[in-house]
Design a protein around this ligand. Structure first.
Ligand code: PPS
Length: 345
């Protein structure tokens, strides 16, 4: 099927499907490739890809764009707090991050035909902003459209799968992370979340990454598209490692980019409220923190053994997790594929 972006989307079938299905036992609606770039997405992209491409961005929107596990949730909380809650008195702050900063294409991860007994419950934001909405349709897309301005939104889609005038209309914050730490975090994610469940080894996961066989890949192309636009005044390109190394300095840069004009007290509020320990303690990623305790959604064995969504929140953890062989393969991947000027920290 031809998309409005000019790409072609096809269901993953045959040998490729068998290779992926061996390790990825989640993704109930299968997977699709978007050609010629070989983007890999859950099957519902076939129906929803054009809605994402044609999403109507507005002047005051801030879009947080990342490849998965690069610091999206942290940045979502930082930006929403800077824009909407710098004095920590906004009554909506206890809502889940995903309710205040909707994930435009999150519906890709909900089955097209939810099985009997799977109940999708209207969240606080959905009740308020989509009172006539259809919970069995693409409810995250409805919410993304409906929240009031100024909107802060999240996506893992790359630039080329949105209209080309995105940066003329809205601001984008792109967060990149060292691929070796991203890999460890993405593997954990695929073991933790049942809807994306992965049952192979670290070595096998790394091989899928290197072959551009992980959902939202290829990572190198995702990065390259953003890197090449990094001098656009409406794009703020930041590394997770820089946020970790100097959060005060990075908040100042974000303040200048967003025009939020925060006071020193407000900077201190944002820094504390969005610290790893505070975000982990609130565990408010999803619509309901009970989600993480539900074994049908989160693998409780992995959660107990390796941690939940807020796993470690550090840079450089790969040094103790990756074998020398995997490190070598990743270094080679960086050398070959990331040859467009980016230097990982
Ligand atoms: S997702 O699912 O793709 O949106 O994940 P994403 O939010 O991009 O990345 C998750 C990793 O970010 C870490 N994290 C944080 N690090 C530092 N400070 C704060 N406040 C914070 N919040 C989340 C999270 O722990 C994941 O990294 P790992 O390495 O797995 O700990």
């Amino acid at each position: 099927m031809k998309l409005d972006s000019g790409h072609t989307v096809t269901a993953v079938e045959g040998e490729e499907k068998a290779k992926l299905k061996k390790h990825f036992v989640g993704y109930p609606d299968g997977l699709v490739r978007v050609s010629p770039d070989r983007w890999l997405f859950p099957g519902r992209y076939m129906d929803l890809g054009n809605d994402y491409y044609n999403f109507e961005f507005r002047k005051d929107d801030v879009l947080i764009m990342t490849y998965p596990k690069c610091g999206t949730t942290w940045t979502q909380e930082i930006v929403w707090t800077m824009r909407n809650n710098p004095d920590l008195d906004n009554p909506d702050a206890p809502w889940a991050v995903m309710d205040r900063v909707p994930f435009i294409e999150f519906d890709l991860f909900f089955p097209k035909h939810p099985p009997e007994g799977m109940e999708i419950v209207a969240t606080n934001a959905f009740q308020r902003y989509c009172p006539e909405g259809d919970l069995r349709g693409a409810f995250n897309l409805q919410l993304s459209r409906a929240i009031p301005e100024p909107r802060t939104l999240k996506t893992h889609l790359p630039f080329s799968l949105f209209l080309p005038d995105l940066l003329e209309k809205s601001k984008v914050i792109y967060v990149a992370r060292n691929p070796k730490d991203m890999l460890i975090s993405y593997l954990h994610h695929h073991r933790l979340l049942r809807n994306q469940e992965f049952i192979g080894t670290l070595e096998e996961f790394a091989d899928h990454f290197i072959s551009d066989d992980l959902v939202y890949g290829p990572y190198w192309l995702h990065l390259k598209e953003a890197w090449q636009k990094r001098d656009h005044p409406n794009l703020h390109f930041v590394f997770y490692e820089d946020l970790k190394a100097d959060i005060k300095g990075e908040l100042k840069k974000l303040d200048a980019f967003l025009g939020t004009g925060l006071s020193e007290d407000q900077f201190a509020n944002v820094e504390k409220y969005t610290s790893f320990s505070e975000m982990k303690a609130r565990d408010s990623l999803f619509f309901n923190s009970e989600v993480s305790k539900n074994d049908a959604l989160y693998n409780q064995e992995i959660r107990t053994k390796d941690g939940g969504f807020f796993r470690q929140g550090q840079s450089g953890g790969w040094k103790t997790k990756l074998t020398p062989e995997v490190t070598k393969k990743m270094d080679e991947w960086i050398r070959q594929k990331c040859d467009f000027g980016i230097k990982f920290k």
